[in-house]
Design a binder for this molecule. Structure first.
Ligand SMILES: C[S@@+](CC[C@H](N)C(=O)[O-])C[C@H]1O[C@@H](n2cnc3c(N)ncnc32)[C@H](O)[C@@H]1O
Length: 294
C-alpha cells in the first residue's frame, strides 16, 4: 500500500462504522468457534495485521486468554507499531515481515488464523498460494476466518445510484478543471472483484471445509466513504483513466453531494449507504492432502 492509501486506510479503520461491522463479525466468529469445544487458543496468526484492528477485536473476545500471537504483514512499519502495542498489553507477540503467499511457519503449528479486510488485495492465483500456505501451518481442524468488503455482491443493488452519482460528480468536477480522462486506459484488473462463491470453491479445492459464509450489511456514513474514496486503488477502480491521486481527490469531494441525495437516513438523520461485508469461517480438513472428504 502506498503512503497515501495507508493514511486513508488508518483513518477509515478508526471510524465507528468500520469498528462496528468488524466487531460484529469477530464476535460472531469467536462465539461459533467457542461453542465447538476448542475453548483454549494456543496460537493465533493475524494475517495482514495493518494497524491491528482485527487482532485486537479478536483478543477482546477472549478474555482471560493469552495466546501466542503472530502478526504478519508485508508492511514493516505498521507491523512494528501493532506488535509493540500488543506487547505493552503483555501478549507474547512475534512478527513476520513477509507477504502471506510466502508464509513460512512450521507445519500444523497454528490454532487459528485470521485475515481481515485484505484477501481482495490478491488475485485468484495469489489467494490460492496464500490459502495453501495457511492450510499447511494450521493444525488439523484449525480455524481460518477472513472478511472482505470488496467482492461482487458488496454493493447492494439499491446503492448503485449513490456510486453512479459520486462518479458523475467527480467527473464533472475534473472536467471543470480541464482534466481529461485517458480513454485508452483500461479498468484495472484488481477492481473486478470475484463473487462470494469464488471463495467457497477455492477453500474447498485447497482442503478447507467451509463453516459459514455470512453477509453483513454495514452502514457507512460520510466520513467512512470519504476515507475509503481516498484510497488510490479504490479511486482508480471507480474512476479509471485519470491520475489516481487526482481521481481520489475528486471522488472524496463527490461523497458529500452524492450521499446527501442518495443515502438512507439513520436515527440522527445522518445519511449513510449500506456496504456488504463477506465474513467467512472455515476449518482445515483432517486429510493430509488438499482433497476434501465428501
Ligand atoms: C486494509 S489493511 C487490513 C488491516 C487489518 N487486518 C484490518 O482488518 O483492519 C491491509 C493490510 O494488508 C497488508 N497486505 C496487503 N497485501 C498483503 C500480502 N500479500 N501479504 C501480507 N500483507 C499484505 C497491507 O500491508 C496492509 O497492512
Amino acid at each position: 500500500m502506498d503512503n497515501r492509501s495507508k493514511y486513508s486506510f488508518k483513518a477509515f479503520s478508526e471510524t465507528d462504522d468500520y469498528q462496528k461491522v468488524n466487531a460484529d463479525i469477530v464476535r460472531h466468529w469467536v462465539s461459533s468457534m467457542l461453542t465447538e469445544r476448542s475453548k483454549q487458543i494456543g496460537s493465533l496468526l493475524d494475517i495482514a495485521t495493518g494497524m491491528g484492528t482485527m487482532v485486537q477485536l479478536f483478543l477482546n473476545q477472549l478474555p482471560g486468554q493469552k495466546p501466542t500471537v503472530i502478526c504478519l504483514d508485508q508492511d514493516e512499519s505498521s507491523l512494528v507499531q501493532t506488535t509493540d502495542r500488543l506487547k505493552s498489553l503483555s501478549f507474547d507477540v512475534k512478527h513476520l515481515h513477509t507477504s502471506v503467499e510466502d508464509l513460512e511457519l512450521p507445519d500444523e503449528s497454528v490454532d487459528v488464523a485470521i485475515w481481515g479486510n485484505a484477501i481482495h488485495y490478491l488475485q485468484a492465483e495469489g489467494q490460492e498460494r496464500a490459502l495453501t500456505a495457511i492450510r499447511r501451518v494450521l493444525k488439523k481442524r484449525g480455524w481460518l476466518f477472513f472478511n472482505t468488503a470488496f467482492y461482487a455482491e458488496a454493493r447492494p443493488p439499491e446503492t448503485l445510484v449513490f456510486y453512479r452519482a459520486q462518479v458523475r460528480k467527480a467527473v464533472s468536477h475534473l472536467n471543470s478543471l480541464g482534466i481529461q480522462r485517458d480513454r485508452a486506459q483500461k479498468r484495472p484488473a484488481a477492481s473486478n472483484f470475484p463473487p462470494a462463491s469464488h471463495y467457497e470453491t477455492l477453500l474447498t479445492k485447497i482442503g478447507f471445509s467451509v463453516n459459514e459464509m455470512r453477509q453483513v450489511a454495514a452502514r457507512l456514513h460520510q466520513p467512512a466513504w470519504e476515507h475509503l474514496s481516498s484510497f488510490r486503488q479504490y479511486a482508480a477502480g471507480a474512476l479509471h483513466g485519470y491520475v489516481p491521486e487526482v481521481a481520489a481527490d475528486a471522488m472524496r469531494e463527490a461523497v458529500a453531494p452524492a450521499i446527501e441525495k442518495h443515502g438512507q437516513r439513520d436515527e440522527n438523520n445522518a445519511p449513510y449507504v449500506l456496504r456488504n461485508w463477506l465474513a467467512v469461517s472455515a476449518r482445515r480438513e483432517n486429510l493430509s492432502s488438499g482433497v476434501t472428504s465428501m
